[in-house]
Design a protein around this ligand. Structure first.
Ligand code: KG4
Ligand code: ZN
Length: 345
């Protein structure tokens, strides 16, 4: 029998992506193709994503990326069973490009169109890669989001905590920028931190010990700025030590917040045999961050599940997969779905 095939489209930020995900009759999921075009070079000169440039770049790239995804999957457009596109949250220009393109393809082929919440894509990724049963706890740490979400089921999400200021990836990026390290900042900071002394500068651990499950990183970023100004002009050694100090403080603060969430998770689901904390988002690539998370997990008997990096960062396979689950749950065609720049899970 032929599998169900969903074309996924992702254009909410600075990646233009398309993917084909299939479900076989025996239940197995397969990523037939996963093409991501990163606009990083288009935005590099500006030190961040410029919405207008992003929208134009999506318009130019998307058709080619969709063709490449179909070709890599060996799937003609005629064999697609549904089209799923991110309709929020994100930058409105890019969202419109992806949604309009997806709806046009769906209408032309007479298949359902599904508008997908980008965060749901991240939230369901552990089921795409590891066939993980509900429920599980998800930590999303990207450039735009820092959230702890209890994933109870499809469309059944409970947000336990979020950042009250900067996202963690944003804090990495801003720290890199103020230390004049190349964009994207996360990998630059991690590289410098590897040679630095984390104890030299004393930096705050935001919200450590607090009852609530929220996050905060802007105070830490400001503390790095003040320390950098005091130590200026900065030697390479100073920058390495500041990066190491920042990364250690961020990892410790995150680990503390997540520990609290894990305590609640094990309290609420004492019976659950395989307790899982899944991570998603670009910051999950950071080894110090992962260490802090597996430490926290070990304390509570919770297993850390980090999908492959390419599926943790923005991609269209997660959007196709969310579309697939929704299709299987009986979702109908949503050609009238509008885009939502703000759209909490
Ligand atoms: O998930 P993602 O690719 O895009 C979205 O923001 O949706 O995440 C990108 C973020 C950026 O802020 C980047 O600096 C951060 O993830 N990042 C890292 C590392 N690699 C990427 N942060 C810390 N350490 C890394 N190795
Ligand atoms: Zn994302």
């Amino acid at each position: 029998a032929r599998p169900i095939r969903v074309l996924g489209i992702e254009t909410s930020c600075d990646e233009t992506a398309a993917s084909i995900v299939a479900r076989w009759e025996d239940g197995a999921v397969q990523i037939l193709s996963n093409i991501v075009y990163s606009q990083i070079d288009d935005h590099a000169a500006y030190g961040g994503v410029v919405p207008e440039i992003a929208a134009r770049a999506h318009i130019e790239a998307l058709d080619g990326i969709i063709s490449a995804a179909l070709e890599a999957a060996g799937t003609p457009l005629a064999s697609i069973d549904a089209v799923a596109a991110t309709t929020g949250p994100g930058l409105i220009g890019g969202l419109i490009v992806g949604a309009v393109t997806g709806k046009a393809i769906a209408a032309a082929k007479g298949v359902p169109f599904l508008g997908i919440n980008h965060l749901e894509g991240h939230a369901l990724t552990p089921r795409l890669t590891d066939d993980l049963p509900y429920p599980y706890l998800l930590l999303l740490v990207s450039g735009g989001h820092t959230q702890l979400v209890l994933v109870r089921g499809l469309g059944d999400y409970e947000r336990w905590g979020t950042t009250i200021d900067d996202a963690l990836g944003e804090a990495f990026d801003k720290t890199a920028k103020l230390l004049r390290l190349p964009h994207p900042g996360g990998p630059s900071v991690e590289r410098m931190a590897a040679r630095g002394d984390a104890k030299r500068f004393s930096l705050p651990r935001p919200l450590r010990g607090e009852q609530r499950l929220d996050f905060s990183f802007s105070g830490l970023k400001t503390a790095v700025r003040l320390a950098a100004e005091a130590a200026s002009p900065l030697s390479t050694k100073d920058v390495e030590d500041l990066c190491a100090g920042f990364q250690a403080a961020a990892a410790e603060s995150l680990g503390d917040r997540v520990s609290r969430a894990l305590a609640r998770f094990t309290r609420e689901f004492p019976e659950l045999a395989d307790k899982v904390l899944a991570v998603a988002g670009g910051v999950a690539a950071n080894a110090a961050i992962r260490d802090a998370l597996s430490h926290a997990g070990a304390k509570y008997g919770v297993r850390l599940l980090a999908p492959p990096h390419a599926l943790c960062t923005d991609n269209a396979a997660m959007i196709a997969y969310a579309g697939l689950e929704r299709l299987e749950a009986g979702a109908y065609c949503q050609t009238s779905a509008s885009v939502r720049p703000r759209w909490p899970l």
